[in-house]
Design a protein. Structure first.
Length: 211
């Protein structure tokens, strides 16, 4: 239907059956479409053709127009296939990125788990020497775990005996009664004074730090 309409326009243009505006539009289209210009020139070359010859010419033009439409469709489907392929490639890259992200995330989680497991190996054993009812607010288990973390990078081992009084949940007047290593004694006493909250009046404890 569209081909017949185009052929009819070419015929009307060549035969001078168009208005000035229609002829202007036709000429403007021919400037942008070499095939249309060829078709117009072909019509002009047919001087005094009869209806049968004109029909043959129209058939030839219709065949060319049909080929042109097929080429357009082929280009369209080629671009469509290319677009689908590009979209598939993008989806593939996104999927690979997610897989890699999950892989490295799992490895990081495994490393964190290893660190936690290492910290669960307690080096600390605390013994209460005094008979007074005093203890860390979080309990002795939490005390040992936190002190164990505090001494994670400390290689010294040994025993530290401490005595202190408790004022407003804070250890005061800390005395190091015994320490097999001076630096270890200072670290433990500082931890007791600054990082633990206590309940009771006074306390005497012996802390053994192993390997």
């Amino acid at each position: 239907m569209e081909n017949n309409y185009q052929l009819s326009r070419i015929h009307n243009y060549v035969m001078g059956l168009m208005t000035k505006e229609e002829m202007y539009d036709m000429e403007r289209e021919a400037l942008n479409d070499p095939f249309l210009q060829d078709a117009i020139d072909g019509y002009r070359m047919q001087n005094g053709v009869d209806t049968n010859k004109l029909s043959l010419l129209q058939q030839r033009l219709a065949t060319k127009l049909q080929h042109k439409e097929q080429e357009k469709k082929q280009r369209f489907y080629s671009w469509q296939r290319l677009t689908v392929a590009m979209a598939a490639a993008v989806l593939f890259l996104v999927a690979c990125s997610l897989i890699l992200f999950n892989y490295f995330n799992l490895r990081t989680t495994d490393k964190n788990t290893e660190v936690i497991l290492m910290e669960e190996h307690l080096r600390i054993r605390t013994e209460v020497k005094s008979s007074t009812l005093a203890n860390p607010m979080g309990g002795w288990e939490q005390f040992n775990e936190e002190l164990n973390s505090e001494l994670r990078d400390v290689r010294q081992t040994g025993i530290v005996d401490l005595s202190f009084r408790i004022e407003n949940t804070v250890a005061k007047d800390i005395q190091i009664l015994q320490s097999s290593d001076k630096k270890l004694g200072e670290i433990v006493s500082q931890f007791v004074a600054q990082k633990v909250r206590w309940q009771g009046e006074s306390l005497h404890i012996s802390i053994e730090v192993g390997k």
